[in-house]
Write a protein that binds this ligand. Structure first.
Ligand SMILES: *Cc1c(COP(=O)(O)O)cnc(C)c1O
Length: 239
């Protein structure tokens, strides 16, 4: 298991480098965020030994449990899944990054809790680029107005955008989602006079295509840690 994770990381790194080269980009423009959901703290430590410090988790309770377990390390946590405002207090306590901001209520709650903790949080705004009802995130047409409100939250360090593309083997449909994101990013840069550099998009099945469309962060779970565990066999701390 140990050497498998390290080998997987190396393989994903070289695929990232190749995709970046095809797009005329530098490989180090693209950050690999290993997604450790359902995986044990021991697996996270293997990836830490391979040079990765920050890990993505989509559930607050699971992320918080791993943070507790690994508190003595320098590991950082990125919460990448939808957040209810009643979980903002926990996120403000331990997370370094939150990639799924899509409501002012959550922004307000996070800001308040962060100020109380004396912490700051790197934030990405989640966009529903596929238009699917079951996906979280703001509709593209609402992103600009939303971002104009974020200056009020001094503890939020807003860096860019995040999306989950449609899950499909049809590259055209996946590509259309990434193109929507590039368009929204351009619109924000024009309106705000720059910034909005981070574009978190691409997962195990589509990260190369995302890199060709300007992704600066790819969130990769299964291609790094192997197939996800059955929900009933989750690492026990996940609850
Ligand atoms: C699970 C997850 C990923 C990683 O998915 P894989 O297919 O395992 O690479 C990326 N982003 C989010 C928001 C996720 O929940």
């Amino acid at each position: 298991m140990t050497s498998q994770i390290a080998a997987n990381l190396a393989a994903v790194e070289s695929r990232i480098a190749a995709a970046a080269a095809r797009a005329g980009r530098a490989a180090d423009d693209v950050r690999l965020l290993p997604v450790s959901k359902t995986k044990s703290p021991a697996d996270v430590l293997v990836a830490r030994a391979a040079g990765y410090r920050r890990f993505g988790e989509n559930k607050v309770q699971e992320a918080q449990a791993k943070w507790q377990e690994l508190r003595d390390t320098d590991i950082e946590w990125a919460v990448i899944g939808h957040l209810q405002s009643n979980k903002a207090r926990q996120v403000a306590q331990f997370a370094t990054e939150f990639q799924a901001l899509a409501s002012l209520k959550v922004a307000r709650e996070l800001d308040k809790r962060l100020l109380a903790e004396g912490r700051r949080l790197q934030v990405l705004v989640q966009v529903n680029s596929s238009g699917e009802d079951q996906k979280f995130g703001l509709p593209p047409a609402e992103v600009l107005a939303f971002t104009r409100e974020l200056g009020a939250f001094s503890a939020l360090d807003v860096r860019g955008l995040m999306t989950l593309a449609v899950f499909s083997s049809d590259h055209g449909r996946v590509r259309a989602c990434f193109e929507v994101m590039q368009q929204v990013q351009r619109e924000l840069r024009d309106a705000h006079g720059g910034g909005w550099d981070e574009l978190s998009m691409g997962m195990s099945g589509d990260f190369e295509l995302a890199i060709e469309h300007g992704a600066t962060c790819v969130r990769v779970g299964q291609a790094v840690f192997g197939a996800r565990l059955d929900p009933n066999d989750y690492w026990p701390g996940a609850g």
